[in-house]
Write a protein that binds this ligand. Sequence first.
Ligand SMILES: [Zn+2]
Length: 60
Amino acid sequence: MFDHKCTACAKRQLIFPSQITDMATTGAGIVVRFTCWCGAEQSMLTGKSSTTTSKVVLAA
Ligand SMILES: [Zn+2]
């Protein structure tokens, strides 16, 4: 899991693997799509090329 600041509800919350709806590897890194606790669809870029400090732990 990882923490994410939602663009819809502006809350920083933990996102669990069960909330992830899609993952795709791109040239820029790994794009993770998930549903926030508020119900909004969110996406986050992670991986080696990402500037985010968030870390994805794949426990699913
Ligand atoms: Zn939200």
